[in-house]
Design a protein around this ligand. Structure first.
Ligand SMILES: Cc1cc2nc3c(=O)[nH]c(=O)nc-3n(C[C@H](O)[C@H](O)[C@H](O)COP(=O)(O)OP(=O)(O)OC[C@H]3O[C@@H](n4cnc5c(N)ncnc54)[C@H](O)[C@@H]3O)c2cc1C
Length: 305
């Protein structure tokens, strides 16, 4: 019986495990090894690590954890979680089962990219989602935004304001996009959709419906994020609908609606960001520890009927 099973060993989960390891609590971190930004050559905006490859940052986190003998890391996928509130069983792919008194969910979200040829291959390099993460690297270049979703307007306006004076919104877009307001702000609107993307080291060629191509520094889009099939969804933690998809509802200490279950990182936030995941990991790790010491100290989140 571990004190805590952490499901997901990336920015949030490893930070939570560090807090718990420093309290000499027995922790098992189960990690499938696919952090959300794995395709990105460099993660930006995290002080001390700005621009370093995500895999390098996480390898360093794991190396730090090796100093704590009560923390074990296990490569694998948690397929199901049952039990509670003071004794859970985690079933791993392959059939192994582990027991823990608390569950800390840190398995992130899964991005569902549009099925446009070339998009998956360029995701994180020339097809991007976040100006703060990658906008600086393409600053001043012609930029494209794909009108998949109402947040495309937000992306286009931000990029036009502070990253480039050549921003084009492609596609007829979802209902409710205020094209006139975008044009008034200096965004070009082109109703042609993007049928394929071919990226290289310097930018990307967009192949447009009806013929024609456009050369851009990057294409921005907002994929749908999903928790479908995840341990959080299987457990039935309360969740809210965000602009990009569902995310877990958590209290200020990272407690979910289920007693004994905590959550941290992207799976409990509408906006993905490493710094937020680190902060959440620290908070949930500490709260999880407090809940082991002082039963009732961290009550589960109350959900109004
Ligand atoms: C392309 C891209 C680039 C990005 N660039 C930046 C950036 O530059 N700066 C920034 O601040 N943010 C960036 N982000 C956001 C950042 O990646 C996330 O905020 C961050 O990874 C969240 O950390 P996390 O620990 O919550 O989840 P993740 O990093 O997604 O880690 C979740 C971990 O859980 C594992 N897992 C999933 N399911 C299971 C399971 N059932 N069992 C066991 N393990 C499981 C996964 O394999 C993964 O290792 C980017 C996102 C994307 C998509």
């Amino acid at each position: 019986m571990f004190d805590v099973a952490v499901i997901g060993g990336s920015f949030a989960g490893l930070t939570a495990a560090l807090q718990l390891g420093r309290a000499s609590r027995s922790v098992l971190v189960i990690d499938a090894g696919a952090p959300r930004n794995r395709t990105s050559p460099g993660a930006h905006g995290a002080a001390g690590w700005d621009g370093r490859p995500p895999a390098e940052i996480l390898a360093r986190f794991r190396a730090d954890l090796a100093a704590y003998p009560t923390v074990a890391l296990r490569a694998g996928t948690a397929e199901d979680v049952s039990g509670g509130p003071d004794g859970f069983e985690v079933r791993l792919a392959g059939g192994d089962r582990v027991a823990a008194r608390r569950i800390l969910l840190a398995h992130g979200q899964r991005d569902v990219l549009p099925p446009i040829p070339g998009v998956a291959e360029a995701w994180g390099r020339r097809v991007l989602h976040c100006p703060y993460c990658h906008g600086y690297e393409v600053k001043g270049a012609p930029l494209a935004v794909l009108a998949l979703h109402p947040t495309a307007a937000h992306q286009a306006l931000m990029l036009r304001a502070d990253w480039s004076d050549r921003v084009t919104l492609y596609g007829a877009g979802p209902e409710g996009l205020d094209i006139a307001a975008l044009e008034a702000a200096g965004v070009l609107a082109d109703p042609r959709g993007v049928e394929a993307v071919r990226a290289d080291d310097a930018g990307a060629d967009l192949f447009l419906t009806g013929g024609g191509t456009a050369r851009v520094g990057a294409l921005f889009l907002a994929p749908r994020a999903t928790l479908e099939g995840s341990p959080a969804a299987r457990l039935g933690c309360a969740a809210d609908e965000g602009p990009m998809g569902r995310f877990l509802r958590v209290g200020p200490m990272g407690q979910t609606s289920l007693p004994g279950v905590f959550a941290a990182g992207d799976l409990a936030r509408p906006m993905p960001n490493i710094n937020f995941a680190l902060a959440d990991g620290a908070q949930s790790g500490v709260a999880c520890h407090a809940s082991l010491l002082f039963p009732g100290f961290v009550p589960p989140l109350e959900i109004a009927a």
